[in-house]
Design a protein around this ligand. Structure first.
Ligand code: NAP
Ligand code: F7E
Length: 376
């Protein structure tokens, strides 16, 4: 009998890769979607209408919709990926973030109990390295104390503990994957990596002059999302319900990410100045890749804007994936940092070239509205 999975957050970066992964394993995959005025689901458009892939309207803030859906689908596995996942946005919308990212987890657990599925339905909770926040040790492992440092992280901490509580109180198979940052060509455009790869491509093609960023010194352990969804599944196939850190064990700064991304777009950067005055300046141009008219050595293409500084920022994340390696047999270095940056830039170089002028203007305006990050 094919297994049945229910994915919340199916339209997101991870939800789309996980759907592909589970469909390839022969699962019946059900996903939760929300009503939106623009019904264009870019990341899963290629799956819609295919056999074994089903979408249902529900919302993490609506208990009744979750109870009814879990009762209808009767899943063997639930992957709870739905979240307001942007840390900076969580400072602007903290109550919504808590409702979806914290109480939403409780609603899923109760939906399973209400339908009497607690003995048969396994639950994966999308937990996060943001729990370590103002870090108390480097690298961070399953035993590192948590110190959440944003409304997002505080909400996710509730999710982590309520999963642990239901595991112990009701003997449920529910686990958290403590995932460090994972990126891809499907990453949301306002997260720093994708903002950089898109801007590098636009600047190389003459569609943007300058990229504005916040804290360039921030350190992250960046992996490839496609590699990480396998771990979500492995965690639920493990003999006992346990929590796992999923990371590469390699750390880079935002500045290093930008330097490499611009390199793959044909622009070598040199850095000048410090803090708010730091600038990324064109040191040389590879004309085979960067063909922007007027772009020249000495142009400032990266600048710092305090608009992107956070009230509290998490600046030193590095994961220790030893447990996942040992117990799940997972390889944390399937895709290297260098390969990740290269594949994201290659994708965005093609995308920017293909976008027609009108669509480009619409997206630039949207990005500007969301992050005020494009050519002020
Ligand atoms: P994402 O691209 O932002 O996707 C978030 C998903 O949640 C989208 O499908 C979104 O639906 C859905 N969602 C938001 N609010 C909802 C609501 N009220 N009801 C139903 N669905 C809702 O995030 P991601 O990068 O794929 O991350 C997946 C999960 O892993 C998230 O929980 C995130 O917090 C966590 N996480 C991510 C990372 C990372 O580096 N990517 C690391 C650690 C943990 P719409 O499309 O309708 O907005
Ligand atoms: O920021 C700095 C920023 O927004 C990374 C989510 O998936 O991963 C993600 O959260 C770092 C931060 O991701 C800009 O201050 C500098 O230090 O790409 P980000 P995040 O906050 O790490 C975790 C694991 C999750 O769980 C989340 O769901 O980069 N930074 N300049 C900037 N960040 C942004 N967004 N924009 C900038 O211009």
């Amino acid at each position: 009998m094919a297994k049945t999975a229910l994915i919340t957050g199916v339209t997101g970066q991870d939800g789309s890769y996980l759907s592909e992964f589970l469909l390839a394993k022969g699962y019946e995959v059900h996903g939760i979607i929300r009503r939106s005025s623009v019904d264009y689901r870019e990341r899963i458009a290629h799956l819609e209408g295919t056999p074994h892939f089903h979408l249902h309207y529900a919302d993490m803030s609506d208990s009744m919709s979750l109870v009814k859906l879990v009762g209808k689908v009767m899943p063997d596995e639930i992957y709870n990926l739905a979240a307001q996942s942007h840390v900076q946005v969580s400072f602007d919308a903290p109550e919504f973030t808590a409702d979806v990212d914290a109480v939403g987890v409780l609603r899923i657990l109760e939906a399973v109990r209400t339908n009497h599925l607690e003995k048969t339905c396994k639950i994966y909770q999308a937990s996060t390295s943001e729990l370590y926040g103002k870090v108390e040790e480097v690298p961070q492992s399953e035993t590192t104390p948590f110190h959440p440092y944003s409304p997002y992280a505080v909400a996710k901490l509730y999710g982590f503990w309520i999963i642990k509580e239901y595991r112990e109180a009701y003997n449920m198979f529910c686990c958290s994957g403590i995932l460090f940052n994972h990126e891809s060509e499907r990453r949301g455009e306002t997260f720093v990596t994708r903002k950089i790869t898109l801007a590098a491509a636009r600047i190389a093609q003459g569609k943007q002059k300058c990229l504005y960023l916040g804290n360039l010194d921030s350190l992250r352990d960046w992996g490839y999302a496609k590699d990480y969804v396998e771990c979500m599944w492995l965690i639920l196939q493990h003999k006992t319900p346990e929590d796992f850190v999923i990371a590469t064990g390699v750390q880079h700064s935002v500045r290093e990410f930008a330097t490499l991304a611009f390199h793959h777009a044909g622009i070598e950067l040199r850095w000048e100045g410090e803090g708010i005055n730091e600038k990324g300046i064109v040191a040389s141009i590879n004309p085979a890749l960067a063909q922007a008219e007027g772009l020249k050595v000495g142009d400032v293409v990266v600048a710092v804007s305090p608009d992107f500084y956070r009230p509290t920022d998490v600046v030193n994340l590095l994961g220790d994936p030893s447990k996942a390696k040992r117990e799940l047999g997972w390889n944390p270095q399937t895709t290297s940092f260098e390969q990740l940056v290269e594949l994201m830039v290659a994708h965005d170089m093609k995308k920017v070239a293909a976008d027609d002028a009108a669509a480009e203007i619409r997206k630039v305006n949207l990005a500007e509205y969301l992050e005020k990050g494009v050519d002020k």
